[in-house]
Design a protein around this ligand. Structure first.
Ligand code: SAH
Ligand code: SF4
Length: 367
C-alpha cells in the first residue's frame, strides 16, 4: 500500500485524500474488484465515511480496508448553531502526526448558496494583529484528507439535519461553495492545498467546479504564482492596507512580499473573462479607514481585474482594535465606487458563536 503523502512511511492513507483512480489502485493491491472503489467513493462523497454505513460493500472488505485506510480522519467534538443559520464545528484529528489536535470549520447558509469555510492549518504562523487565529500560534499543517474531510463532515451533518428553514429567508442546506478562509494560511500548506483541490475537483469524485472554490491568502507571492499555473480557482487576497507602512503592521508577511511584488504577481495572475480577484479589507476604525487609505487604494487597485470586499471587524477576547461603524463602511465603499473601484460590504455571519472571519481558534474544550 502506498505511503501517506503528507507524512511518514507508517501513516495510512485517508479515504478523503484519495481520488477514484487512486482507490482503484488500492483495490488492485488488495486483489479486490476495481468497481468497489467507485462504490466506496460514492458513499464518501455523500459524507458517509463510517464503513458500517457502506451497505453494498461486503463486511469482509470493510474490515480489510479498515486496516489499510483511515476512514474518518475527523471526529466531531462540538457543533454550535448561530441564530442566522451558520454552523461552527470543532473536530479532533484521529490519525497521523497531528492526532488529538483540534480544528474548526464553518458552514454559512445563504439564500442561493451554502458555503463551507475550511481550515488549512492548526493555528497560523503569520500573526496578523487583528486575527484571533494568529494569537493561537502555529501547531501544524492539515493533510489534504483532513481538509476534504471537513467538507464531507458538513455534508453528513446537513444530510442528518438540514438547516432550519424557520428563518425569514429560506437558507440553502447543501454544500455549493468552498472557501479556504478558516484557520491558517493555505498557501503556507501548499501540499495540503494543492492535493485537497485535486480531490475536490476530481471529475470522478466530488466534482466541484473551480468557480465555486476560493483560496484566500495574506499574500505569499511565489505560492500565488504556482497556484495560478496549476489551477483556475478564485483568488482572494487579504489586503487590509494599500501602503507598505501600514500593511507591514497589519499583514506582517508584507515585509517579505511588499506591495510592489504583490502588484506584479496579481497583474500576472491568469484570469479568464468575467473573473476577478477579490481584495479583502477588514475595516478598523482610525487605522485603515481614513481618507489617505482611500488614496492608497486608488493608486493600488487594478480596476479591470479586482474588486474590494469590505469586511466588518469581528471582535474577540482581548482584541486591540475597534471596527469601523456600518455607516462609515458604507461611506468608504461609496467613495471607492466614485473612483471607479468595485467595492462591496460583506455582511458578517455567525458572530454570536464566534464563527465569523478571524474568530476561529480551536480551544475551550479539553482534548
Ligand atoms: N490566512 C488566510 C485565510 C484565513 S483568514 C488569509 O489571511 O487570507 C480569512 C479572512 O479573515 C482573511 O481575509 C483575514 O484577513 C480575515 N480576518 C482575520 N481576522 C479577522 C477579524 N478579526 N475580523 C474580520 N476579518 C478577519
Ligand atoms: Fe494567519 Fe490569515 Fe489570521 Fe493572518 S489573517 S494570522 S494569515 S489566518
Amino acid at each position: 500500500m502506498r505511503a501517506m503523502r503528507n507524512g511518514s512511511q507508517q501513516e495510512l492513507p485517508q479515504l478523503s485524500s484519495l481520488t477514484v483512480a487512486e482507490l482503484k489502485t488500492e483495490m488492485e493491491s488488495l486483489k479486490e474488484p476495481g468497481y468497489r472503489a467507485k462504490q466506496i467513493i460514492d458513499w464518501r462523497n455523500k459524507g458517509m465515511l463510517n464503513p458500517d454505513d457502506m451497505k453494498n460493500i461486503p463486511i469482509a472488505l470493510r474490515v480489510k480496508l479498515a486496516i489499510a485506510i483511515v476512514f474518518e480522519p475527523l471526529q466531531l467534538v462540538q457543533r454550535q448553531c448561530s441564530k442566522d443559520g451558520t454552523r461552527k464545528y470543532l473536530f479532533k484529528l484521529t490519525s497521523g502526526k497531528q492526532q488529538g489536535k483540534m480544528v474548526e470549520t464553518v458552514f454559512i447558509p445563504e439564500e442561493k448558496r451554502g458555503t463551507v469555510c475550511v481550515s488549512s492549518q492548526i493555528g497560523c504562523v503569520l500573526d496578523c494583529p487583528f486575527c484571533y487565529t494568529g494569537t493561537q500560534g502555529f501547531d501544524g499543517n492539515l493533510t489534504s484528507g483532513e481538509i476534504v474531510a471537513q467538507v464531507l463532515a458538513v455534508k453528513y451533518d446537513l444530510l442528518k439535519e438540514p438547516v432550519n428553514e424557520s428563518n425569514a429567508e429560506i437558507l440553502h442546506s447543501h454544500v455549493t461553495h468552498i472557501v479556504y478562509m478558516g484557520m491558517g494560511e493555505p498557501m503556507a500548506n501548499e501540499t495540503g492545498l494543492h492535493e485537497s483541490l485535486n480531490i475536490l475537483l476530481d471529475a470522478d469524485g466530488l466534482k466541484l467546479s473551480q468557480r465555486r472554490i476560493t483560496v484566500s491568502t495574506s499574500g505569499l507571492v511565489p505560492q500565488i504564482n504556482r497556484l495560478g499555473e496549476t489551477s483556475a480557482v478564485n483568488l482572494a487576497i487579504s489586503l487590509h492596507a494599500a501602503s507598505d507602512a501600514l500593511r507591514d503592521v497589519l499583514v506582517p508577511i508584507n515585509r517579505k512580499y511588499p506591495l510592489e511584488q504583490l502588484r506584479q504577481c496579481l497583474d500576472a495572475y491568469p484570469l479568464s473573462a468575467q473573473r476577478h480577484i477579490t481584495l479583502e479589507y477588514v475595516m478598523l476604525e482610525g487605522v485603515n479607514d481614513r481618507p489617505e487609505d482611500i488614496e492608497s487604494l486608488n493608486k493600488f487597485v487594478n480596476r479591470r481585474r479586482e474588486r474590494i470586499n469590505l469586511i466588518s471587524f469581528n471582535a474577540y477576547p482581548g482584541n486591540p482594535y475597534e471596527g469601523s461603524s456600518k455607516e462609515h463602511m458604507n461611506k468608504f465603499a461609496k467613495q471607492l465606487i466614485s473612483k471607479g473601484i468595485r467595492a462591496t460590504v460583506r455582511r458578517s455571519r455567525g458572530q454570536d458563536i464566534m464563527a465569523a472571519c478571524g474568530q476561529l481558534k480551536a480551544e475551550g474544550i479539553a482534548a
